[in-house]
Design a protein around this ligand. Structure first.
Ligand code: GAP
Length: 486
C-alpha cells in the first residue's frame, strides 16, 4: 500500500460529498455551520459501525444488555450529574474579528507551534502554565497575554475576558416558555443509563459485574467544532456503563482498555496509528478518577477516538441522593450492600466512521495511473458486491440482474452497474470501498462461471456462479488489512 497523501482530509471531504457519504446540512439554504447529513453510502457506513459495536459489546456477551433512553430527561438529571454547573468551556472573543475561541485551545495551539519550531522548553513551560490555569478564567486570560497570542483571523490581541460557556442545548417542555420548564438535549447518553440502573437490574436478572450499552444522539454546543465530522454539535455516541464491585475496579479498567483497543484493530484500523493515552490528573472530568483515551494519529495530529473512564460510584450515588431512589446493589449471596463502581468505554460513531475512512484511504500509484481506493473492512463497506454485465447485450444484462437479486436475497449489499468500460466500473467501486465485484460475461452464459474481482489486490478469480455467495462470505471472514509498503 502506498502512503496517504498529505492532503488526505481535503480528499476525504471531497470524496464524501462526491460519492454520497456526507453532505453539508441545509446546503440549499447556505448550510448550518459544522452540521452534516449522511447520504446513501454514509448512512450505510454508520449503520455498519454501529452494528460492529453492538455485536461486540452486547450480542457477543452474556454480561452486557442494551438500552435506548430518551434524549430529553428530567432537567434535574443534569443538575445532579454536574453538567449544569460544570459542563462548560472557557470562551474568549476577539473584539476586532468577532471570532469566538476556546481560550485553552488557543494556548494549546501556541504550544504546538513551539514544538513544531523545536522550542520544546518553551512548549513544556507554556503547557505547564496552561495545566495550572485550567478552571481559572482570570489565569487563562493572563496567559493569553503572556504568551502573546493573536487572533488567527484579525491578527490582533484585542481580547475580551474569558467566560465559562455551558455546552448543553436548552429547550422547553411544552409550547410556552414559562421559565420553569427548561429541558436539555442530552450531552451524553450515559446519564440515561444511570437513571435506568434499577429498572435494568430488576428486569434483566443481571448482577455486577455487568454492563448497560446504548447508542444514540448527543448534543453539545461546541465552541470550536471542526475537522469535518470529528467534532460537531450533534453526534452519535456509543457508550457502555459497566457496573462492578468496587474491589474489581482496577481489573475491569485494564480489561476494557485492551478490549476496546482490540476492537479498533479488528475493524481493520492500522495498529501503528492507534495508541492508549492515560489522562493527566488535571484533564480528568469532574466524575472521573482515571481515564485512558484510545487515540488515532489523524492527518491533523493525535486525537481522541474513545475514552475509557473510571466513573467510580459518583453518578449512582448522586442520583440516589437527589431522587430519593435507592440505587444500592444488594448481593443476596454475600449479603453485601454496595453502590457499584463504573467503568465506561465511550466512543463517537461519527468519529469512528471518519477514522475508518481516513485510515482506509489510499491513492495507489499504478503504472502510469493513480487508483483511489478505500481499503475498508468488508463488514464496514457500504456496498459489498458490485455486479456488472461485461456488456449489455447477449443476455448478460439479464443474467447479471438475476444474479444481483440472488445476492441481495442472501443479505449482501449490492450495486448494479452496466455503464462504461469495465475498468472504470471497478474504479468507481474501489473509491467507495466495495471489496468485491462480479462480472458476468460470455462464459457465465455458456459455462455458468463468473469473475470475482478483489478490491485490495485487484486480482480476479473464476467461480461457478452457484458458489458465489459462499465464496464472498468466506473471503469476508478471512479478510486482513493489506500491508502498507511505504
Ligand atoms: N460519557 C462520557 C463522555 O461523553 P466524552 O469523551 O465527552 O465522554 C465520548 O465523549 C466520545 O464521544 C468521544 O471520545 C468522541 O468519540 C465522541 N464525541 C464527544 N464529543 C463529540 C463531538 N462534539 N463531536 C463528535 N464526537 C464527539
Amino acid at each position: 500500500m502506498a502512503k496517504q497523501p498529505s492532503g488526505v482530509m481535503d480528499a476525504i471531504v471531497s470524496l464524501c460529498k462526491r460519492r454520497g457519504f456526507v453532505f453539508q446540512a441545509s446546503e440549499i439554504y447556505g448550510g448550518v455551520g459544522n452540521t452534516y447529513d449522511y447520504g446513501p453510502l454514509g448512512v450505510e457506513l454508520l449503520r455498519r459501525v454501529k452494528d460492529a459495536w453492538w455485536t461486540r459489546m452486547v450480542q457477543e456477551r452474556r454480561d452486557v444488555v442494551g438500552l435506548d433512553s430518551a434524549i430529553i430527561q428530567h432537567p434535574q438529571t443534569w443538575v445532579t450529574s454536574g453538567h449544569v454547573g460544570g459542563f462548560s468551556d472557557p470562551l474568549i472573543d476577539n473584539k476586532t474579528s468577532k471570532q469566538r475561541y476556546r481560550a485553552d485551545h488557543l494556548i494549546e495551539e501556541k504550544v504546538a507551534k513551539y514544538r513544531k519550531k523545536g522550542r520544546d522548553k518553551d512548549a513544556d513551560a507554556l503547557q505547564a502554565k496552561l495545566n495550572a490555569s485550567l478552571g481559572d478564567n482570570a489565569a487563562l486570560r493572563a496567559l493569553i497575554d503572556e504568551a502573546k497570542i493573536k487572533c488567527p483571523v484579525s491578527g490582533t490581541d484585542d481580547w475580551t475576558d474569558v467566560r465559562q460557556f455551558n455546552l448543553m442545548f436548552k429547550t422547553t417542555i411544552g409550547p410556552v416558555d414559562t421559565g420553569d420548564n427548561i429541558a436539555y438535549l442530552r450531552p451524553e447518553t450515559a446519564q440515561g443509563i444511570f437513571l435506568n440502573f434499577k429498572n435494568v437490574l430488576e428486569s434483566s436478572r443481571q448482577k455486577p459485574p455487568f454492563g448497560i450499552a446504548q447508542i444514540g444522539k448527543s448534543f453539545r454546543n461546541e465552541i470550536t467544532p471542526g475537522n469535518f465530522v470529528f467534532r460537531t454539535r450533534e453526534f452519535e455516541q456509543a457508550e457502555m456503563e459497566f457496573f462492578v464491585p468496587p474491589a474489581e475496579n482496577d481489573h475491569w479498567f485494564e480489561y476494557w482498555k485492551s478490549a476496546r483497543l482490540q476492537w479498533y484493530i479488528d475493524l481493520g484500523i492500522d495498529p501503528g496509528k492507534l495508541r492508549l493515552r492515560d489522562h493527566d490528573a488535571d484533564e480528568l472530568a469532574h466524575y472521573s478518577t482515571g481515564c485512558t483515551d484510545v487515540e488515532y494519529e489523524y492527518p491533523f495530529g493525535w486525537g481522541e477516538l474513545e475514552g475509557i473512564a473510571c466513573r467510580t460510584d459518583f453518578d449512582l450515588k448522586r442520583h440516589s441522593e437527589a431522587s430519593g431512589t435507592d440505587l444500592v446493589y444488594f448481593d443476596p449471596q454475600t449479603k453485601e450492600r454496595y453502590t457499584p463502581y463504573v467503568i465506561e468505554p465511550a466512543g463517537g460513531i461519527n468519529r469512528i466512521a471518519l477514522t475508518c475512512l481516513i485510515d482506509a484511504y489510499e491513492e495507489e500509484q499504478l503504472e502510469g495511473d493513480v487508483r483511489t481506493v478505500l481499503h475498508l473492512h468488508p463488514r464496514l463497506a457500504p456496498i459489498t458486491v458490485g455486479v456488472f454485465p461485461l456488456v449489455k447485450k447477449g443476455g448478460m444484462a439479464e443474467r447479471a440482474d438475476e444474479l444481483e437479486q440472488e445476492l441481495r436475497r442472501a443479505g449482501l449489499a449490492t450495486f448494479y452497474d452496466e455503464k462504461g468500460a469495465i475498468g472504470r466500473r471497478y474504479r468507481r467501486q474501489d473509491e467507495v470501498g466495495t471489496p468485491f465485484c462480479v462480472t458476468i460475461d460470455g462464459d457465465t452464459l455458456e459455462k455458468g462461471t463468473v469473475t470475482l474481482r478483489h478490491r485490495d489486490s485487484m486480482e480476479q478469480e473464476t467461480l461457478p456462479s452457484g458458489e458465489l455467495v459462499a465464496a464472498i462470505r468466506e473471503r469476508i471472514d478471512a479478510w486482513t488489512r493489506p500491508e502498507r509498503k511505504a
